[in-house]
Design a protein around this ligand. Structure first.
Ligand code: COA
Length: 538
């Protein structure tokens, strides 16, 4: 395979300006991640120490193998929501390694409102279960939670995708034969009591861990019985009398050791095999991506320059290079794994959509994972293109993306607008993982375009009524709030807060995140179901 020859001039003032801008964005990202990891109230930290509990990140450190890679999921979920302190939506979720085996760990953070579950916490828990199911990863839960965050109970309880779905999924995961192991490391009250109850094996920490459907205050109010938390649902009661828990642990460290022992005894995952090569770094420094990404989403840049900085040896075998050039497709290796890459280099035309359809079909037939590098404002519009059937060609691409059974991974490296988001495997198309770069924007369309559509609709209405079009100041009054809203609700932080993605990535870390995610995906079968696609409209 030939290496991509870069055309980037690292002395170009535009490159240097882009570099400085992205460097500042990455610095902000790292600071937000630090705050989410570290900043907790004095009161919560003191309470943790008083109870002799380990902080959530220390628990993870002791659970996972030393010096092994960790892929954290949605560390900035619920960013800027609620009272602004519900970091990571109140839990830490990672894919990590125990005794050489990849597992998915979800850990409640008791220093955030007693580990209670906010609406975004439910969404994160469901996302975590989807990852476990799609990738057949053993699910380890470290529970230390006061259950539902009561002031928002209507948002966490009743609907299809609310709290009850977590326990429904646990039953399905169990039926699928995916191991579920839970450590009770604090109170597991009400809803949170069902997490251990629905697991295969439960490790229970003496003194601090307790499981009950109603806590001591509720029991007293309802029945008049006065009991302590330990008497009502502690390790002794559940390990000796009720049989709810299976392993009695002296403290947090002991519980984590027991989980490690359980994982060591699990049957071999027999990971799916790909035809791999020895991994090699790209020829070009991935940090050069900072200088490549332009300030404006409407400035085109060659996605091959991105591919050259994420694939092994920068080598890329381009498919149909001369046909449908606004979509770059081709084969490469990432950390030794073979991949088929689709990356945008302009709007999608009929020929680029047909090329994508053929390429996706080939990858699906051959069992090669797909990587989508999104920088897409949409499919081409206009009379000529409608006449040429852009809608039916776009449909074929969307159909192929939806029905492809190989693992799919999406990185939003710039714009992600309209049906372009669908064709390039947005969240609705079930990529195994999806990340945003800090500069990325997502929405039906850009704010300016959305405002112009609404203004034009209004002017058409006025014309029908025989009135003059909107005056300049009215146009401004309609436009400004729409543009401001689109900018706020389309940016990477808003997306990640709402769990529309699995996290914001430093562009320079894209290659490593993809490598870890591909490796995790191989715990499941290469094909997630029967191959084939729906009817293609010809
Ligand atoms: N909803 C909303 N807030 C809750 C809460 C809940 N279910 N449970 C606890 N909190 C808040 C507390 O008000 C406190 O907030 P503050 O820091 O602003 O003062 C914070 O979480 C920590 O609670 P605290 O009781 O001081 O800490 P703790 O470590 O001693 O105990 C719990 C934590 C969760 C075990 C304990 O608060 C508890 O038992 N909560 C009630 C659990 C319950 O009955 N849940 C039923 C919901 S289905």
């Amino acid at each position: 395979m030939e290496a991509i020859e870069t055309k980037v001039d690292k002395k170009d003032p535009q490159y240097l300006e882009n570099y400085g801008r992205m460097e500042a964005m990455v610095a902000r990202l790292n600071e937000e991640l630090r705050i989410a990891r570290e900043v907790r109230s004095e009161k919560a930290l003191a309470r943790l120490a008083e109870q002799k509990k380990l902080p959530v990140r220390k628990r993870l450190e002791l659970l996972l193998d030393k010096n092994t890679p960790v892929l954290e999921i949605a560390p900035l979920a619920a960013y800027d929501m609620y009272d602004k302190g519900v970091h990571g939506a109140g839990s830490v979720v990672v894919i990590g390694v125990i005794h050489g085996r990849e597992v998915l760990v979800t850990a409640s953070d008791p220093t955030i409102k007693g580990g209670t579950i906010y609406p975004m916490g439910v969404k994160k828990a469901l996302r975590c279960q989807t990852i476990a199911m799609e990738n057949r990863l053993p699910l380890i839960s470290l529970i230390d939670s006061g259950g539902a965050y009561l002031p928002l109970q209507s948002e966490v309880f009743p609907d299809l995708d609310d709290g009850g779905r977590i326990f429904y999924n646990q039953a399905i995961i169990s039926k699928m034969g995916i191991p579920q192991i839970t450590a009770v490391m604090g109170l597991c009250t009400a809803g949170a009591a069902y997490i251990p109850a629905m697991s295969d094996e439960v490790v229970h920490v003496k003194g601090t861990g307790a499981i009950f459907l109603g806590g001591p205050p509720l029991v007293r109010a309802a029945t008049g019985e006065v009991v302590t938390a330990d008497e009502l649902g502690g390790a002794d009661l559940h390990c000796r009398d009720s049989g709810v828990s299976d392993y009695w642990a002296e403290d947090d460290t002991h519980a984590l050791q027991i989980i490690r022992d359980i994982v060591q005894g699990l049957p071999d995952p027999c990971k799916s095999k790909l035809t791999t090569r020895s991994p090699r770094p790209p020829l070009y420094d991935p940090r050069e991506l900072y200088g490549i990404v332009p300030r404006s989403l409407s400035t085109l840049y060659d996605i091959r320059e991105v591919i050259a900085r994420i694939v092994d040896g920068s080598e890329f075998l381009e498919f149909k290079a001369l046909y449908g050039p606004t979509l770059v497709c081709g084969w490469a290796y990432i950390h030794g794994y073979p991949v088929g890459i689709l990356g945008n280099y302009g709007v999608l035309f009929s020929n680029s959509a047909l090329k994508a359809t053929q390429f996706i079909e080939i990858c699906d037939k051959r069992g090669i994972p797909l990587i989508f590098l999104q920088n897409i404002t949409g499919y081409i519009i206009g009379r000529e293109y409608e006449r040429g059937g852009i809608t039916k060609d776009g449909h074929k691409m969307v159909n192929a993306v939806a029905t492809a059974t190989v693992p799919k991974f999406t990185v939003i490296a710039g714009a992600s607008f309209g049906a372009g988001n669908y064709g390039m495997c947005g969240r609705g198309y079930s990529p195994r993982f999806l990340w945003m770069w800090p500069n990325a924007q997502i929405g039906v369309m850009g704010g300016e375009q959305a405002a112009n559509v609404l203004i034009s609709v209004k002017n058409d209405q006025l014309a029908r009524e025989g009135q003059p079009p909107l005056a300049e100041e009215m146009v401004k009054a309609i436009k400004e709030p729409i543009v401001a809203m689109a900018e706020k609700e389309g940016n990477a932080y808003y997306s990640t807060a709402n769990l529309w993605d699995d996290g914001i990535l430093d562009p320079a870390k894209t290659r490593d995140a993809l490598g870890l995610a591909i490796s995790a995906s191989l715990n499941g079968p290469i094909h997630s179901g029967p191959q084939g696609h729906g009817l293609f409209r010809m």
